[in-house]
Write a protein that binds this ligand. Structure first.
Ligand code: HEM
Length: 482
């Protein structure tokens, strides 16, 4: 009977082992059964993917936690993934994340319907109302942090300042609408959300230990409670988009508890990235004096034209230097995975002429952070912050970047692309610009230690949108004297 164990192991290997068929991308199984490369992937996805790219080239399949994920890293071929809704499905993958992170099961999940509604509220003519409201909330919150008659420096971590202020302003703008007495205190929502945010990547990967998981679920329950009234007030008072989102869910027969879970998911989608992006932008400016001078000069020209209060920096205001700084900041710190589930076997036609088969049931993932964003052929000295990287010599916007001698359509991709690209993009850009303008024009803002360096990024957050720093960058600020 002793032979039965090796035979069982052999049978098990035979049935669970995946063989690479011809025309399929190189396969990286990893040596640990089922787990495969999951640990390395979760620890520092960028380092792992860069190593695999050096070994296998621009396409390969990785086995991780029982799944097979094909990484495609040639930006010339990205449209093959972004523009194929027939074989590749975003919704199914999103549904898995919704369940894992938010405990959310939407039986009639129709991303297209929700997306169309969001476009109506976040883009086009609604945008200027949203911008004014966000501007007002930012100003009120900044003044409450630092009244204009204050003469002493206030010392604070720049990440804390940027994330907490923009989260609260965004929450008031998008989740509360007109202020009223029943308004949930945005500081409480932020405090709980921030703790939840720290556990979010672990929840998504399914890698949290028992206690951390229990903490994450307790935080979720607290946030559901805090968000319970959001979007339910009279339509004139509550935020119009959240009101419409609630109505959409109600029309689909979604119960009250599930609605709260969905509202928490929207809090993450709309508030999770702007604060960290603003932190990196200001952090790079404060640690690069030449860049800071150039942006201040550009903002100075705007403030000279305005005599009454802080102007609303709308589309008509041209700020090419700031735009380049933001593009460069996001190139260095925006690191989302763009993932789709393969719902029908697909032949992927690479730009170099090779074809690869993608198997039904696998996932396919783009990681633009590795290429194009950190690709030295496209962006020389990619680790370095160069504020004018996206400016031509004559000061116009630079859009011509090349790989393999061919001009690129995608030379940086912080917002995703195609039908599932970010719907809040313009709102986010306006918000960060307005926040930077307010801080740099109305306040003296400087590093506490003039030699401080920008903190390193937390490498466990690759794949989840904007990176966050390890630690913080200590700054001090006070209102400018008139
Ligand atoms: C710096 C800030 C932001 C960054 C870097 C960012 C980036 C992204 C990315 C990469 C995606 C996923 C694209 C894909 O999977 O293909 C996304 C989706 C989304 N973003 Fe943003 N985003 C930001 C701010 C915002 C804001 C302020 C809002 C709303 C007010 C917003 C709303 C959304 C929504 C609703 C989706 C999901 C779209 C869908 O269902 O297809 N984002 N964002």
């Amino acid at each position: 009977m002793i032979w039965i164990v090796p035979v069982l192991v052999l049978l098990c290997l035979l049935f669970t082992h995946r063989w690479r068929y011809s025309k399929e991308p190189p396969l990286e199984r990893g040596i640990i059964p089922w787990l495969g490369h999951a640990l390395e992937f979760g620890k520092d996805a960028s380092k792992f993917i860069t190593r695999m790219k050096l070994k296998n080239g621009n396409i390969f399949t990785v086995h991780a936690a029982g799944r097979y994920v094909t990484l495609l890293l040639d930006p010339h071929s990205y449209d093959e993934i972004i523009n194929d809704p027939d074989s590749l499905d975003f919704g199914r993958y999103a549904q898995v994340l919704m369940e894992r992170i938010f405990n959310l099961h939407l039986p009639l999940y129709q991303p297209e319907k929700a997306k169309a509604m969001m476009k109506r509220h976040f883009m086009g003519s609604s945008l200027s109302t949203l911008n004014s409201s966000m501007n007002r909330n930012m100003e009120i919150l900044l003044k409450s942090e630092m009244p204009h008659n204050q003469r002493n420096w206030k010392q604070e971590g720049l990440f804390h300042l940027s994330y907490s202020l923009l989260f609260k302003a965004g929450y008031l703008t998008l989740f509360e609408g007109e202020q009223n007495n029943n308004c949930t205190d945005p500081s409480r929502v932020y405090e709980e959300y921030k703790k939840f945010d720290g556990l979010l990547c672990g929840l998504a990967r399914g890698s949290l230990r028992k206690e951390a998981k229990a903490t994450a679920y307790a935080l979720q329950r607290k946030l559901w409670e805090l968000l319970a009234p959001a979007g339910l007030g009279k339509s004139s008072g509550s935020s119009p988009w959240l009101h419409a989102y609630r109505r959409l869910l109600q029309d689909d027969g979604v119960d009250e508890e599930t609605q709260r879970r969905a509202v928490l998911m929207q809090l993450w989608a709309t508030q999770g990235n702007v604060g960290p992006a603003a932190f990196w932008l200001l952090g790079y400016l404060l640690t690069n004096p030449e860049a800071l001078m150039a942006v201040k000069r550009e903002f100075g020209q705007i403030s000279q034209m305005e005599s009454s209060g802080t102007p609303l920096l709308d589309k008509t205001m041209k700020t090419p230097v700031f735009d380049s700084v933001l593009e460069e900041t996001l190139r260095l710190t925006a690191a989302p995975f763009i993932t789709r589930e393969v719902v029908r076997e697909k032949t992927l036609h690479m730009a170099d002429g090779r074809d690869y088969l993608l198997r039904k049931g696998d996932r396919v993932c783009l990681f633009p952070f590795v290429s194009p964003q950190m690709d030295p052929e496209i962006h020389p000295e990619p680790q370095k912050f160069k504020f004018d990287r996206f400016l031509n010599k004559d000061g116009s916007v630079k859009k011509d970047f090349y790989k393999d001698g061919k001009k690129l359509k995608y030379y940086t991709m912080p917002w995703g692309a195609g039908a599932n690209g970010c719907v809040g993009r313009q709102f986010a850009i306006n918000t960060i610009r307005q926040f930077a303008y307010m801080l740099l024009t109305n306040y003296d803002l400087e590093l506490c230690d003039p030699n401080a360096q920008i903190p390193k990024a937390d490498v466990t957050r690759y794949g989840f949108g904007m990176l966050q720093p390890v630690g913080d960058l200590l700054v001090r600020y006070k209102p400018k004297e008139a």
